[in-house]
Design a protein around this ligand. Structure first.
Ligand code: BGC
Length: 759
């Protein structure tokens, strides 16, 4: 764990420059706006260790699979959101030396992320090797008001000299993905252009042929007056810039404003993309930094009005939750149904920026609770559009007749993960799509989603399960063999309880959807039956049989469900008895030792109890929690939040609080020693759930919102807002009291602490 960031309600603050923390800070201080984003790299040259990263949503490259031993059924490629052309550079040379924090003496360094405004600030004093001292103050944002633009205000003031300086303002498409499988560069150049005042590069991805035009313009002011300086425009392959020579005067501030327009062929025709980028650039340069910044800040202000969570009496917890909400909102805005939420968002390259089951299992409730239902619906439609590929994925693995197997990792619907234990075995993910539909319908009441898109998806998934189970003569029940459950520290197990439960539930849920569509839109149902060649009688008979005769491993003596067949053969030890030098297991132990041990990476049996809590008694949940949690090492970021929610339900308040802190400050405190790879964006939605579903006890049952809050001892009060059925509610919980305010919308009945109240 690291504690170098100062707790603050709205700010993330790093004081003093420590190069060892730089990659971690580059992740934490990242910026984005749903369409593009970037790690918090420095504008000026930095020759020290850094991971330069700029990303454009939806622009990916199918990097040819690299595995030690090929297995039939492996996907040909792993899709990667590309490290995209970089526009932030402001390279300053004074005499022979560059401003480079790796080569200068740095004092007074401060990096601040203002989450209220979405602006990244930096200030420092740098002494160059020849003794010249400059004070630098920077600001930067990716506009939430217009996803295609970004801007920088870079101020430099000489402290002890006057001299000529050259300022180079590049756009650079000569960039690489750190995780490239074959050290390949993924961009080809289409064109570059550089003339006084403007530089742009259009680059095209190899194989996928997406084009991105990145254009920059700038203005420079000294003591508040525009200076033109001597300008040299130059270009080379994949690169264009302007170098401006100006005089810096001792004690006088020079401000460089750099504007960027980043347009992709996903939203513009390739023929017009350069012209449109230039037009946009002209408009934003005329508008100027202050106006653009104000427009951006005003979008953030609206976002915070709807989804802020306040915590009084615990600034670390307050900072943690705002950081999580901030990152989620700048990763996915929900206005484009082609986009999704990569586990690292725009903060790093691990997980390839692709879509995981994380979206459905963890992120959806966050967007349901904090934004217009359209956003969550877009996430469902994204998967609906991938249905043909899910059917193809299934076909490649030998399934037939329209069975749909959703991928573990994808950009366009095709599976692109290639570890056999996950690609072939972690099959529970296909039901996450069904569960997300249930979540959406429960929360919004929009059952028509089944009619429009949902049922078609469900029939595909149900067909997959019907073919994936097999009848065990020995058990006289259906079994599911050779799987990996959510707990990836077990592979190729039989009858993972979570997987069996989800499979059987999906079949029942699909039949419920059939009834609805058949009764409410018989015509649509008829056409779907024809389109899918759906034989309702035979297929549903089989589904009923499977769901009625599914085998669920359990231990009657302890009264617990077994994570999988044979779990009790393991040596059952508690995580607290591990030596500190053994943790994290995934970095310290061999894989085979992990597999043989009882240690659990992330909620598995408990994940299911969290998803279907009304199917179990409190005593059942308690027994399973008490049995499994002590063996859980939480080495997946997705683990603590589920435990925080269940612990809250069980009245294990201290445990709930411990788990909350762990999820909310996972990246800020670098708990798992991996924040330098990027932030854990999808688990951040779990942090939100820990407060709202955990401490707030929020549930929706039969269309009714229910709350049963408790307050951790460490807090004086907390509040959260919910967008629910065209209303905005504010819930304020203090010691011994809960207020629920209807901030907008029609009167509403809710259940508060088991009593019906009218708002
Ligand atoms: C977890 C998966 C998750 C992935 C991406 C892994 O560590 O075990 O459940 O989908 O991370 O967040």
């Amino acid at each position: 764990m690291k504690h170098y960031l100062k707790p603050h309600e709205w700010l993330i603050v790093e004081e003093g420059f420590d190069a060892h923390h730089h990659r971690i800070s580059e992740s934490i201080f990242s910026l984005g706006n749903g369409r593009m984003g970037q790690r918090a790299n420095f504008e000026e040259t930095y020759s020290g260790d850094s991971h330069q990263g700029t990303y454009v949503a939806g622009i990916y490259y199918p990097d040819k699979t690299r595995v030690g031993w090929w297995k039939n059924g492996y996907p040909e490629y792993f899709a990667k959101v590309l490290n995209a052309p970089d526009w932030i550079g402001i390279k300053i040379k004074i005499g022979k030396h560059e401003v480079d924090l790796n080569r200068c003496k740095v004092t007074g360094f401060k990096r601040t992320l203002d989450m209220k405004k979405g602006i990244l600030y930096r200030s420092f004093t740098a002494t160059l090797p020849d003794g010249k001292k400059v004070v630098v103050n920077t600001q930067r944002f990716c506009s939430m008001a217009d996803g295609e633009i970004g801007a920088i205000r870079y101020s430099i003031t000489p402290v002890n000299f006057s001299a000529q300086a050259t300022i180079t303002l590049p756009v650079n498409a000569d960039v690489v993905n750190k995780d490239s499988n074959y050290d390949e560069k993924f961009w080809n150049e289409v064109s570059q252009e550089a003339k006084a005042g403007i530089a742009l590069v259009t680059a095209e991805t190899k194989k996928t042929f997406f084009q991105v035009t990145t254009a920059m313009s700038y203005s420079i002011e000294t003591a508040g007056k525009t200076v033109k300086g001597k300008v040299k425009a130059s270009k080379k392959e994949k690169y264009a810039d302007n170098t401006v020579t100006i005089g810096l005067k001792k004690g006088v501030e020079t401000v460089i404003y750099k504007y960027a327009a980043v347009l992709s062929s996903e939203n513009h025709s390739k023929k017009k993309i350069q012209d449109q980028a230039k037009k946009k650039l002209k408009n934003i340069t005329t508008k100027g930094y202050e106006k653009l910044a104000n427009e951006h800040i005003s979008v953030w202000s609206d976002i915070w009005k709807k989804c802020d969570i306040t915590i009084e009496g615990d600034s670390a917890a307050q900072q943690g939750i705002r950081f999580n909400i901030f990152q989620l909102m700048q990763t996915y805005t929900g206005d484009d149904e082609r986009l999704n939420i990569g586990p690292k968002g725009f903060t790093g390259e691990k997980y390839g920026g692709s879509t995981y089951w994380d979206t459905e299992a963890y992120c959806l409730p966050f967007y349901l609770g904090t934004t217009n239902p359209r956003v969550a619906r877009n996430l469902l439609v994204y998967r609906y559009k991938h249905l043909p590929k899910a059917i193809e994925n299934a076909r490649k693995l030998g399934f037939k007749d329209g069975a749909a197997f959703y991928p573990f990792v994808t950009m366009n619907g095709e599976e692109c993960h290639n570890e056999w234990e996950i690609t072939f075995e972690e099959i529970h993910r296909t039901s996450a799509m069904a569960y997300a539909m249930r979540d959406y319908i429960d929360y919004t009441g929009d059952k028509n989603y089944w009619t429009e898109h949902g049922l078609e998806v469900l029939i595909g998934i149900a067909r997959f399960w019907a073919q994936r189970v097999n009848w065990s003569k020995d058990k006289n029940q259906y079994v599911i063999l050779g799987v990996t459950g959510p707990n990836e520290y077990e592979n190729n197990v039989n009858n993972n309880w979570y997987t069996n439960y989800l499979g059987a539930w999906t079949l029942r849920f699909t039949m419920q959807a059939i009834d609805f569509v058949k009764n409410n839109s018989p015509e649509k149902y008829k056409s779907l039956v024809a389109k899918l060649r759906f034989n309702e009688n035979t297929e549903t008979e089989q589904w009923k049989d499977i769901s009625a005769k599914m085998y669920y491993p359990q231990d009657q003596t302890r009264g617990v469900y077994l994570q999988q067949d044979g779990f009790l053969d393991k040596e059952l030890i508690h995580a607290k008895d591990l030596k500190p030098e053994d943790r994290p297991l995934n970095q310290k132990w061999s894989w085979d030792r992990i597999l043989r041990s009882c240690f659990i990476k992330q909620a598995d049996v408990l994940q299911c109890m969290y998803l279907f809590e009304d199917d179990f008694t409190l005593d059942q949940i308690k027994r399973n929690f008490d049995f499994y949690e002590p063996m859980t090492v939480h080495e997946s970021s997705l683990s603590p939040c589920v435990h925080a929610i269940l612990a809250s339900k069980l009245g294990y308040n201290e445990k709930a609080y411990e788990m909350y802190l762990r999820t909310s400050r996972l990246d800020l405190d670098d708990y798992n020693n991996d924040t330098e790879d990027g932030c854990h964006i999808t688990s951040m939605a779990g942090t939100w759930m820990s407060v709202v579903k955990g401490f707030g006890g929020m549930r929706v049952r039969d269309g009714v919102l229910q709350l049963s809050p408790f307050i951790p001892d460490q807090w004086q009060s907390y509040s959260f807002r919910l967008e629910f059925k065209n209303r905005v509610l504010k819930v304020i919980v203090s010691k011994g009291k809960t207020d629920v305010l209807l901030e907008s919308g029609e009167p509403l009945e809710i259940v508060l602490n088991e009593k019906v109240v009218k708002l």
